[in-house]
Design a protein around this ligand. Structure first.
Ligand SMILES: Cc1cc2nc3c(=O)[nH]c(=O)nc-3n(C[C@H](O)[C@H](O)[C@H](O)COP(=O)(O)OP(=O)(O)OC[C@H]3O[C@@H](n4cnc5c(N)ncnc54)[C@H](O)[C@@H]3O)c2cc1C
Length: 551
């Protein structure tokens, strides 16, 4: 049986970063990266699409945007000499929220577009966003349960929370679209606590959805994001083995860890890093079996389901018409049975100037053929940008990540309500097995930057476990069981603490106080208070008896 020091499973950004970091710290280590697919890059995939210049150009069908605060990714791009360019943002944006009307705005988000939305809608948007930001600011990503509202937040879905705070259909639609665009998931399926933790990990909810400022969609990668993995894999050479899906892992305390591949081949190592999405970890057999919380985690962490599309055009006609190319749509329609596919879109004109629009499609269209989806997308683009969206059309390309082997969905895995105690074990080791992958990151979890951070943490854990402690960079052990600050976060024991809003109590006591003052003023005939209450008395009397107040 072939034996090495470290096996890394998964040749996405996380796995390749792990291998790269290990060899940087100790080039003598024998490291092997096992990848199930016939390509590297995982959830990043750059393809050639026919464009206006007839030669075609490169478009990202997976991870694409880079934000200003995604420091780990920016540093890696710098090392790999990969360049960025800005996301085009100039001009009007289009939103269809609350009803079938399409509204235009130029603010960074519709919540700031007072001219296009009613004041009531804008106040509702702003109120909800600030409330969510206030809650997520209280979260400690290392210990979500240290926040007093954590248990109650984990018991509800993002949708039930939205229903309890949003006053307008537009605000609820905006939140639903945000959930679909960020996680590819419906708000009703996600733990509110997970969403708050995810927002904190990226900065704030606004940072997850914005293309300006510290937003996640500020830049794009020249030549596509798959280059990151291709360049790392090239440097690793024959240490990367494709078509080597792992089926079974046998591990023990202090002993070697053995893996069995899908083709039956067996390999042995001192430490193993599983750098694959949580839903895929759940498909691997472990001996001894995973602990209760880790098992429940993989049973309840599920991938989003979006389809990404790119449409190329003869010209950037939307720019010429004063539009930025950005759309957010709830897909509301008055035609029964009609499904409007686009959740959101952006200008995707390449760094070579080839015009295109990129966007995401609702999960409901999964069972349609690609041709049907193409027609529906172009028809929807005509709704927003006019007839040129059809007449200037060149080509349509899409990627349905649900059909991708060793992946299962797009863009990330999320936690269903009631399972955040299990989620807090995501970085915990299982004997000789370490866990990497973007979902295990502390900063920008779910993004390419999170994948880099997780790879560095896993590499440093392995160096620590192999006894190479002088090579460990302790900054990257944050959140690891090897960190000196590590404690296992768990929900508070007193489940019966009243987490309901204090406003109900305040309203009750406030009303009782007003009635008390009224009763005392009546009993002792206090003229000043009687004067204050008189208009209310008159209205109630008129409403109750239908007669005028007797003078
Ligand atoms: C459509 C889409 C859009 C996105 N947009 C953005 C964006 O704009 N910006 C951003 O930062 N991020 C974005 N993301 C997320 C980003 O792509 C991911 O966070 C990142 O690529 C995850 O890297 P990873 O290495 O953690 O996991 P993955 O990329 O999933 O890599 C895991 C690897 O493990 C392999 N594998 C799985 N199971 C096994 C097994 N049993 N045996 C062997 N190999 C296995 C897989 O084949 C895969 O190659 C997007 C993702 C998608 C899908």
């Amino acid at each position: 049986m072939e034996s090495v020091d470290v096996i890394v499973v998964g040749a996405g950004i996380a796995g390749l970063t792990t291998a790269r970091e290990l060899l940087k710290q100790d080039p003598t280590l024998k490291v092997l990266v096992l990848e199930g697919k016939d390509r590297v890059g995982g959830r990043t995939l750059t393809v050639n699409v026919q464009t206006a210049n007839h030669t075609g150009d490169k478009f990202d069908m997976g991870g694409q945007w880079v934000g200003r605060t995604q420091k780990e990714l920016l540093a890696l791009l710098d090392e790999l000499k990969i360049e960025l360019y800005e996301q085009y943002e100039t001009g009007r944006k289009k939103a269809q929220l609350g009803n079938e009307k399409i509204r235009s705005y130029t603010a960074s988000l519709p919540i700031f577009a007072a001219g296009s939305f009613t004041l009531y809608e804008v106040i509702d948007f702003v109120r909800n966003i600030f409330r969510m930001n206030r809650m997520s600011n209280k979260i400690n990503v290392l210990d979500a349960f240290s926040w007093e509202g954590a248990v109650a937040a984990d018991e509800q879905s993002v949708a039930s929370f939205a229903r309890s705070i949003a006053l307008t259909r537009s605000a609820r639609d905006a939140l639903d679209i945000g959930m679909r665009a960020v996680y590819g998931a419906e708000a009703k399926r996600m733990s509110l606590l997970y969403h708050l933790l995810y927002c904190k990990s990226g900065g704030s909810f606004m940072d997850l959805i914005e293309a300006t400022g510290d937003g996640a969609q500020a830049f794009r990668i020249k030549g596509g994001s798959q280059q990151i993995s291709l360049k790392m894999a090239e440097a690793l050479g024959d240490r990367v083995r494709l078509r080597s899906g792992v089926r079974h892992i046998e591990t023990s305390e202090g002993g070697p860890t053995r893996v069995t591949l899908l083709n039956g081949e067996k390999l042995e190592c001192k430490r193993l890093v599983l750098a694959i999405p949580p839903n895929q970890c759940g498909l691997v057999e472990f001996s001894p079996p995973l602990g209760y919380l880790k098992r429940r985690l993989y049973d309840n962490m599920t991938p989003g389901h979006l389809i990404k599309f790119v449409v190329t055009y003869k010209s950037s006609f939307w720019r010429a018409d004063g539009n930025s190319g950005e759309i957010i749509s709830a897909g509301r329609t008055t035609i029964p049975g009609e499904i409007l596919p686009i959740v959101c879109s952006y200008d995707a004109t390449t760094s070579n100037g080839c015009p295109a629009i990129v966007g995401f499609i609702h999960a409901e269209l999964h069972d349609w053929t690609m041709n049907e989806r193409c027609n529906a997308v172009v028809k929807d683009l005509v709704r927003f940008f006019g007839s040129k969206a059809l007449s200037e059309f060149i080509a349509y390309e899409e990627k349905n990540w649900n059909k991708e082997p060793f992946n299962g969905g797009c863009p990330v895995d999320y936690v269903t309500p009631g399972n955040m105690d299990a989620f807090m074990t995501i970085r915990d080791m299982h004997y000789g097995v370490h866990f990497a992958g973007t979902e295990t990151a502390l900063v920008w979890m779910g993004y390419m930057s999170g994948a880099v951070e997780s790879g560095k943490r896993a590499a440093n854990e392995v160096l620590h476990a192999l006894g190479l402690r002088e090579r460990v960079d302790h900054k990257y052990l944050k959140g690891s069981q090897f960190s000196v600050e590590y404690h296992h976060p768990h929900p508070p024991n007193d489940h019966y603490v009243d987490y309901t809003s204090p406003w109900r109590r305040r309203l009750f006591f406030g009303t009782a106080l007003v009635f008390g003052i009224y009763a005392v003023s009546k009993k002792y005939d206090l003229s000043y208070t009687a004067r204050v209450f008189r208009p209310v008395e008159k209205s109630v009397f008129k409403w109750w008896t239908g007669m005028e107040w007797p003078h």
